[in-house]
Design a binder for this molecule. Structure first.
Ligand code: SF4
Length: 255
């Protein structure tokens, strides 16, 4: 299988079956985050296109379904930014048809949220986890190293529009690293202005070019988020899962 991977033991989503709607050999992304566990962005891309045909996804999902494995979520993620797939809405429908009783999530870097067509394509998900790592434009350029032409303010405005339009659960993913660890109050202010259902306070615990923050440093960050619905990666539990294809999973989640 080359599109579907896992299930992975996700601290946010439990037993999560991955769907990679980009599925290129190297990373295809609209960002080149300094902490990215997948290494440098091999294929910088800002224009959406089709990478995966719905029939190919359906065939892989049918094979997984026959195995009858226990799943909590089916999650669009993988080796790049999933909203770059211009047939995203169609691919979600394929998952919904084959797994009608499972919630469907997407982990996205939010970079294309200023585009109405992207927000429209996201309407079919049950949970959207949208990345915000930077409190200002300078930090955004330094941490996420974007290829998209949008500013951080435009992206945050896009998330707020999505908040108004979307009826499912909206989570914010916030990655804390040495570059932004002293800006937790500013990050919490951004979170308050968006009003998500959940805030995922993260630091890179899997192999990354950047050192993770310590549990004590993350506890200090938590303090700025008091009163908000946050979860902290250090306090989360992970289920035990058996991946269907370890090599395909490692390609997206190196250990
Ligand atoms: S958005 Fe995700 S996949 Fe893209 S560079 Fe950043 S961490 Fe890596």
């Amino acid at each position: 299988m080359s599109i579907v991977y896992g299930p992975v033991p996700s601290w946010r989503l439990g037993r999560s079956l991955g769907v990679d709607p980009v599925s290129t050999r190297g990373k295809t992304c609209s960002f080149n985050c300094v902490y990215c566990q997948l290494g440098p962005t091999r294929h910088p891309l800002t224009k959406r296109r089709i990478f995966v045909e719905p029939e190919a996804l359906a065939a892989e999902l049918e094979r997984v379904k026959q195995k009858g494995i226990e799943l909590d979520y089916i999650t669009f993620s993988g080796i790049g930014e999933p909203t770059l797939a211009s047939n995203l809405a169609e691919l979600v429908q394929v998952v919904r048809r084959i797994f009608p009783h499972h919630p469907i999530a997407i982990l996205t870097n939010s970079s294309l949220f200023p585009l109405a067509e992207v927000r429209r394509d996201l309407a079919g998900f049950d949970l959207i986890a949208a990345k915000v790592d930077a409190p200002d434009e300078g930090s955004f350029k330094a941490i996420n190293r974007p290829f998209v032409p949008f500013t951080l303010a435009e992206i945050i405005e896009g998330i707020k529009r999505l908040r108004d339009e979307f009826t499912g659960k909206l989570a914010l993913q916030m990655m804390f690293i040495p570059q932004n660890k002293d800006r937790a109050a500013d990050m919490a202010r951004i979170a308050r202005s968006i009003g998500p259902d959940e805030i995922q306070l993260n630091t890179p615990l899997r192999p990354s070019p950047v050192q993770p923050l310590t549990p004590e440093e993350m506890a200090q960050i938590e303090a700025a988020f008091q009163g908000l619905p946050y979860i902290n990666v250090y306090r989360a539990s992970r289920p035990t899962v058996q991946p269907l294809d370890t090599a395909e999973m490692r390609r997206r989640r190196p250990e």
